[in-house]
Design a protein. Structure first.
Length: 232
């Protein structure tokens, strides 16, 4: 800690003692720094030169600065506490959806046992919405006409069937595997650019770190709670 001659020091010197250079790590709590300042100030007042007393205006100004710095530090402490509480609450919320399915931005479909889940996210209402499904080579294999839809998230199920009919007149069902899809939406004949494809995945675990709370979803990746459009 820096030392000062209390017989000649000014209030500015006291403040400088409390606020070392930026490259020096700050130590002690706000209360400790405040007590340190007050102790030095009292010592200076006791040893001041009667012929050259402290300037009242300067003293008032420096005390006001101390009050401001103390208030800001206490505010920062409060914000850190709130941040920690929020992260803890988010972790608990995330843990509650382990094992649940979620819809998040993405265009992949996994058809398993002739069943798959996917979704559409519309920022604005649409007169017509269509989902187009492609195989692994990028060839269109099926389309689903959803008609008019309001804004929001729309989950969909697909059993792998197509519009093509077999020799018995039944829809051809595609093999299990990986597919992709896109979403086309229009309103008033104009194409909407705010229609998004949503992929499905099941939350396997939750992890926390510097980046916050993350949901680990096999086949999707690591996502945040904000990335989840809908919990199924």
């Amino acid at each position: 800690m820096a030392t000062i001659d209390t017989s000649t020091a000014t209030v500015t010197d006291l403040m400088a003692t409390m606020n070392p250079k930026k490259n020096t790590a700050a130590k002690g709590s706000v209360e400790e720094e405040t007590n340190k300042f007050l102790t030095l100030l009292v010592t200076q007042l006791q040893n001041q030169d009667p012929m050259n007393p402290l300037d009242n205006a300067q003293l008032t100004s420096q005390l006001a600065q101390l009050s401001t710095v103390t208030g800001v530090n206490k505010l920062n402490t409060t914000l850190e506490t709130l941040k920690t509480s929020y992260q803890q609450a988010e972790s608990m919320q995330a843990a509650n959806i382990i094992g649940h399915g979620v819809l998040t931005a993405g265009k992949n479909i996994t058809l398993s046992k002739s069943a798959a889940l996917l979704g559409v996210d519309l920022a604005t209402p649409a007169d017509k919405v269509k989902v187009i499904i492609y195989n692994s080579t990028g060839k269109e294999v099926h389309s689903i006409d959803l008609g008019p839809q309001d804004a929001g998230t729309l989950p969909l199920g697909w059993n792998g069937s197509t519009a093509e009919l077999d020799k018995d007149g039944k829809p051809v069902v595609l093999a299990d595997g990986a597919y992709t899809f896109s979403v086309e939406a229009t309103r008033g004949g104009a194409k909407l650019t705010d229609a998004a494809a949503l992929m499905f995945g099941s939350v396997a675990s939750v992890s926390t770190g510097a980046g916050g709370v993350k949901l680990n979803v096999p086949g999707v990746g690591s996502i945040t709670m904000a990335d989840v459009k809908q919990i199924l």
